[in-house]
Design a protein around this ligand. Structure first.
Ligand code: NCD
Ligand code: ZN
Length: 357
């Protein structure tokens, strides 16, 4: 079967996104707003977003960064806000968050990734708050890696499933859990076998690359993210899950901007910047798997269903047309290197002449 040269989808959403704050926020929000209708905004600022009031103020700063041209075309972009779970987040704050429209709470094991110092040191300490999250019907978004230095970095997700996720699921049977940015066959299998309250996001880079990408011709810091890229067998399992049609798997870019000089560093930051080309990267992964017909479910339908939200009413169109990703982008005082900088992409998001809904 020959590949179609254009592809029209209901407008997708990004169910896992980092946009930072200040000048960095202003630099990256336009990229996401151009592609997506909504995005779940990660709360790992410094200091983290831990109150409903902070989440709402952050939401407004994001809305203020949506380009006027998009709004003039009738487009809207909606940030969906999250709180950062700490050992001390009060159950009462969950009620306030629900009332304010916050959609989820993010669990970072302390020390697991960028700005996770304030994260949870032991799940037991958060049980009263997890009860409130379950009761209020918010989602719990989980960075699923153990932080024990004795565990090999490539095994931290699989060990997390056994030692943390299984007990959590047993103790909170109706908690809506999203296992974020899954990277292994074990995680894909766990989610597929779990009940209806467990879902997962998958990034474009984990669908497209295995860990060889980190070392191709020298160390490649722009391919370094957490959880780190894994072996090819895991990449294949993620592709199989993404194209399976199962509503448990949906799009979450985990686009995580860092100044280029902080990634090209003796101790480089974790995070791949994919927001500029997110839908194109996913289209490439689904195209390579011969499953473009499954992209709309993954990108535009499964996420809203898990979050009990309507699907977007407008559409986007992609064209099969090679183009070159810019070498770098402005990022406040610094520069930002997008994934695939200077390389070509096979698909291109067509400018949205039809505009809004
Ligand atoms: C994220 C970041 O930079 O905030 N980095 C990453 O490698 N994905 C944090 C995260 O989601 O782990
Ligand atoms: Zn993330």
């Amino acid at each position: 079967m020959s590949t179609p040269t254009t592809l029209t989808l209901l407008r997708p959403d990004d169910w896992h996104l980092h946009v930072r704050d200040g000048a960095a926020l202003s630099a990256v929000v336009p990229h996401t707003a151009r592609q997506f209708g909504r995005a779940v905004i990660m709360p790992n600022l410094r200091p983290p977003v831990t109150t409903a009031a902070q989440a709402m103020a952050y939401r407004q700063r994001i809305l203020d960064a949506v380009p006027a041209e998009l709004l003039a075309q009738g487009r809207r972009f909606e940030p969906l806000m999250t709180l950062y779970l700490t050992d001390n987040l009060a159950p009462d704050e969950i009620r306030r968050a629900k009332e304010a429209g916050v959609v989820a709470v993010k669990l970072y094991p302390s020390g697991a990734t960028t700005n996770s110092e304030a994260g949870v040191t032991a799940l037991r300490k958060t049980y009263a708050t997890l009860e409130a999250i379950q009761r209020e019907g918010l989602r719990l978004l989980v960075h699923g890696e153990v932080t024990d230095a004795a565990v090999d970095v490539f095994d931290r997700e699989a060990v997390f499933i056994e030692t943390q996720l299984e007990p959590l699921r047993r103790d909170f049977p109706e908690l809506k859990i999203v296992f974020e940015h899954i990277t292994t066959r074990e995680a894909a299998q766990y989610v597929a076998d779990a009940g209806p309250w467990t879902a997962a996001t998958i990034t474009a880079h984990h669908l497209l690359y295995n860990r060889n990408a980190l070392f191709k011709g020298g160390i490649r810091p722009h391919y370094y993210c957490l959880p780190v890229l894994k072996r090819e067998v895991h990449r294949q399992a993620l592709v199989a899950a993404a194209i399976s049609g199962s509503p448990k798997f949906f799009l979450g870019t985990d686009s995580a901007p860092h100044a280029a000089q902080l990634k090209e560093h003796a101790s480089g930051c974790a995070g791949c910047y994919t927001a500029l080309t997110a839908v194109e990267l996913y289209a490439e992964a689904f195209d390579e798997a011969g499953a473009l017909d499954r992209l709309e479910g993954f990108a535009s339908l499964h996420g809203p269903a898990f979050y009990d939200l309507p699907v977007n009413a407008d559409r986007i169109t992609l064209r099969k047309e090679s183009w070159t990703v810019p070498q770098d982008l402005p990022f406040g005082e610094a520069r930002l290197t997008p994934l695939r900088a200077g390389e070509s992409l096979a698909w291109r998001l067509v400018e949205d002449s039809a505009g809004g809904v």
